[in-house]
Design a protein around this ligand. Structure first.
Ligand SMILES: Nc1nc2c(ncn2[C@@H]2O[C@H](COP(=O)(O)OP(=O)(O)OP(=O)(O)O)[C@@H](O)[C@H]2O)c(=O)[nH]1
Ligand SMILES: C[C@H](OP(=O)(O)O)C(=O)O
Length: 208
């Protein structure tokens, strides 16, 4: 089994632009990427590939292999799956609440495919036992699409139900979950810029 993390640092996390500058967003995604790599390593994943359109931010990467592919996210991942000869877990780089136990749980599925839904219809992690028989289609309601692709190709599916693994950091409100539940460098970075605002019905963020 091996893991692949699609990653693009350049202009990353545009949906966080209301609260973080371009430079801050690029620093932040790098911290999240490193946490995801550490999580996969702690879970015992031997091969970790980062699939990126450029070397930007990955020049000094020693903890994982860097594979360059300038194609868009779906094309790059489908090219990777086509050539894979062992089960693959695709893990997004924006999952700082993902734990080694989650990774072990996802990859010990009895199904052919195990999908971790993200908020708003996305796909946070996707474990595929027969990668040459599966194709991804991220964006839009990719969780539903990925379930359909498995069903259409006769592959059984498990949905991995987890609040933490399901929390990808896309929107400013997701930073609240990181401050409440997170640990490590990504949480520290955000906690130097924002504190939790307790006065509303739902906890929010206030710049420091
Ligand atoms: N290889 C590759 N990875 C990508 C590309 N675009 C995004 N990613 C990665 O795919 C994952 C999901 O991306 P998004 O959650 O949409 O992140 P984003 O594109 O930085 O954020 P937004 O600009 O807010 O959409 C993250 O791990 C990104 O680093 C791309 O063009 N190529
Ligand atoms: C890539 C995309 O990420 P989201 O925009 O949902 O975070 C998806 O999961 O399909």
């Amino acid at each position: 089994m091996k893991a692949v993390i699609p990653y693009k640092k350049s202009s990353a996390k545009s949906r966080l632009s209301p609260v973080l500058t371009l430079e801050e967003r690029e620093e932040f995604v790098e911290l999240m990427l490193n946490q995801v790599i550490n999580t996969l390593k702690e879970a015992g994943v031997g091969t970790i590939d980062i699939l990126s359109p450029s070397m930007y931010g990955l020049e000094d990467m020693t903890k994982a292999n860097v594979l360059l592919d300038k194609n868009d996210l779906n094309e790059a991942l489908n090219g990777y799956l086509e050539q894979a000869e062992e089960p693959v877990i695709i893990v997004m780089a924006d999952l700082p609440l993902l734990s080694p136990d989650h990774v072990k749980g996802i990859t010990s599925t009895k199904a052919d495919v195990c999908i971790v839904p993200g908020k708003g219809g996305g796909t946070n992690a996707l474990f595929i036992k027969n990668p040459s028989c599966y194709r991804v289609r991220y964006y839009g309601s990719s969780f539903l699409t990925h379930c359909s692709i498995a069903e259409e190709t006769g592959q059984s599916v498990e949905v991995y139900d987890s609040f933490f693994a399901g929390t990808d950091i896309d929107e400013p409100e997701d930073l609240v979950e990181l401050l409440i539940h997170g640990s490590g460098a990504a949480k520290e970075y955000i906690s130097k810029k924002f504190r939790l605002e307790m006065s509303r019905g739902r906890v929010g963020l206030t710049p420091i």
